[in-house]
Design a protein around this ligand. Sequence first.
Ligand code: GLU
Length: 438
Amino acid sequence: MSEVRVRFAPSPTGFFHIGSARTALFNWLFARHTKGKLILRIEDTDAERNTPEALQDLLDGMRWLGMDWDEGPEVGGNFGPYFQSQRSKIYDEYLEKLRVAGHVYDHEGAVFFKVSGKHQVIDDQVRGRVERKEEKDFIIFRSNGSPVFHFVNVVDDISMGITHIIRGEDHLSNTSKHLELFNAFEAKVPKFAHIPLILKQQGSGKMSKRDEGALIEHYQKNLFLKDAVRNYLCLLGWNPKTEEEILPIKEIIHKFDFPGINKDNARFDEKKMAFINTQYVHKLPISNYKKLVLPILVKEGILTNEIDEEYLNRVLQLCQEKLKSLPLIGDFTAYFFQESYEEDAKTKEKLFKKGSPIEVLQELLTILENLHDFSSESLENAIHSLAEKNGVKASSYFLPMRFSTTGKGGGPSIFGLISVLGKDRVLKRMERFIKENS
Ligand code: GLU
């Protein structure tokens, strides 16, 4: 088989959104799977709607998601220019070919393409066999001289040697026009793969740029991990045919192929995206994780210079397995670094509901005061023997211990928490709590 050449052909008219990113991604995956080339072609013939900011956002977004391209803006290649706005000479030449072959005519200043009236068969790699017939001649150059999407799109696919067209299903209805053009040019027809639409979270509508979570920028701003976002996008219309959905990109590239692309529409699921992101946060190598969370803690004024490096490392390590997303790190760890923290009112109410916990805390305080080894194992043993002695469940001590030392109802595992906070802080905070609430 000759080398695979696929293209991602966005019209940068707005910010880079999930739908575009997913189309780019499927092209990228297919190119990497087949060891072929990904061409990035900018369909910017509509000068008024295409902005440099949108283009920059697209290039940044692609790079952020780790999708590199082999030919296109900023990297060049032998089939350029890669901006349609710079290809008018090529379009004129191709129009001339159609004229010579008698496939076009002029009408009121516009150039029309004469359809063949034949049934066009699309042997789509995802949809299967689709038959369509174009009944009406269509415009390929407007009366103002600008070429129309169908024309430039096909001319570029021919002149750039594209072998596979992977694009959204919304373009399926254009494909019979495109086949008419490929045939008129006597060009080899690429293989088509129309990938399912992405529906919004609720209802039957297609996800639009205005929907929450639709823009890639949203994930960048909210400090999602790019590998997690990419992993989630891979699952929007493709399935690895295993239960495991959290997959390293190498494995996805290895597995990615047209038979794995779903026919049914995909549905955007914010919760699943967040869940996948959480799994990636938990799996981050500690050094990367530290590099990502430290600037957040500094920015939020939680970390000051005096903080002991070893303590900081222990805190971060302890919290990683429960942290749901990076922006929560400040709220999740502030009490480790600051003596004044807010108490959660609801949790406090719950804690005092069954009577005052002060007696229990006093007993705990005595036990902890006399405990020399503050490792989580030693703490666990101490609390379990106390529970046994008093004929209660060990878990009945968890909330009083946690709340009196952190002001929260949840957080890292309790014995790890007490151990990392350390004896001094724990005793001081418990004493303060007892005093304030007796
Ligand atoms: N510029 C078109 C779009 O953004 C490309 C269509 C295609 O991939 O053929 O939808």
